[in-house]
Design a protein. Structure first.
Length: 285
């Protein structure tokens, strides 16, 4: 088993050491699993449970004051599942796994994804707002009514931003899995879905390896960042070169910011980012 996890690309965190401890715990939990799918899910579960990351508890509030979560999961055999725009679901990656393993679909969204989660015993109706997020929301002024969609659009367009998410890639006995989970971007228009649950954007896996992305989701989706990174692996690049080249191409084409972790099927690890910081942890052999 070999696993690499990330805690999001963005500004330097206020408390990097405690965040790194959670990332190390997540990587160790993943490395203790018996297969790559269980490894990435176990690792992401831990990160979703921590308010120190923008996934699950501590996710970003959208323009109507609600935190909605997204996640995606894929294997080297093209099995894939994703779930998006789920209010009250902390462990979005568990829902993505249900979509992959229990449905004929690759993406389920909104309240129907929440219903699917409940049907498979995944906790719903969770208050995902951390103390920090509650304080930030309380400080806002002139918040439009949730029913005023045009007003919310104008308001959120001025304030929308930030980019942070979590993810993991693992390989065990030559089998690859990649997973990404997020609470979205701060004050995005209610219902916004970014790159995270889109195959090839927030996550991707093939027999050559896998990748998980973090950053400005709209631009990540435009260049299908993780598909590009894995494509470079398939073309013979090392995991590190694949990560660096993919981020370089995103910056050149969009002028935007992102990070990506890449894990080759041989266990080689790569990571790159053009933000101020991205914390990563590795575990396994």
């Amino acid at each position: 088993m070999r696993i690499v996890v990330h805690g999001g690309a963005g500004s330097p965190p206020e408390a990097p050491e405690p965040r790194q401890q959670v990332l190390d715990e997540a990587a160790a939990a993943g490395a203790a699993e018996v297969d790559s799918i269980s490894a990435v899910v176990a690792a992401v579960n831990i990160l979703e449970s921590s308010p120190r990351f923008n996934a699950g508890v501590g996710g970003a509030i959208q323009s109507d004051g609600i935190v909605r979560t997204d996640a995606g999961l894929m294997t080297d055999t093209l099995d894939a599942g994703a779930a998006a725009a789920m209010p009250g679901v902390c462990h979005a990656i568990d829902v993505a796994r249900v979509v992959m393993e229990e449905t004929p679909h690759v993406l389920v969204s909104g309240v129907h994804a929440v219903d699917l989660a409940a049907a498979f015993g995944i906790e719903t109706a969770v208050d995902l707002r951390s103390d920090r997020i509650r304080e930030k929301w309380a400080e806002l002024e002139h918040v439009p009514e949730a029913t005023d969609v045009r007003g919310q659009l104008d308001w959120s367009t001025e304030k929308f931003g930030g980019h942070d998410t979590v993810g993991a890639v693992a390989v065990a006995d030559g089998r690859v899995a990649a997973a990404t989970s997020t609470g979205g971007r701060w004050l995005a228009l209610a219902g916004r879905v970014g790159d995270v649950p889109q195959i090839g954007s927030g996550f991707y896996a093939s027999p050559a390896g896998g990748a998980s992305a973090t950053g400005a989701g709209e631009d990540i989706a435009k260049v299908t960042l993780t598909r590009r990174a894995v494509g470079l692996l398939e073309a013979g690049e090392t995991a590190q070169n694949a990560a660096e080249l993919a981020i370089g191409e995103l910056e050149e084409r969009t002028g935007s910011e992102a990070g990506v972790i890449v894990l080759g099927a041989d266990g080689s690890v790569g990571s790159a980012y053009n933000t101020d910081a991205m914390q990563v942890s590795e575990a396994g052999e």
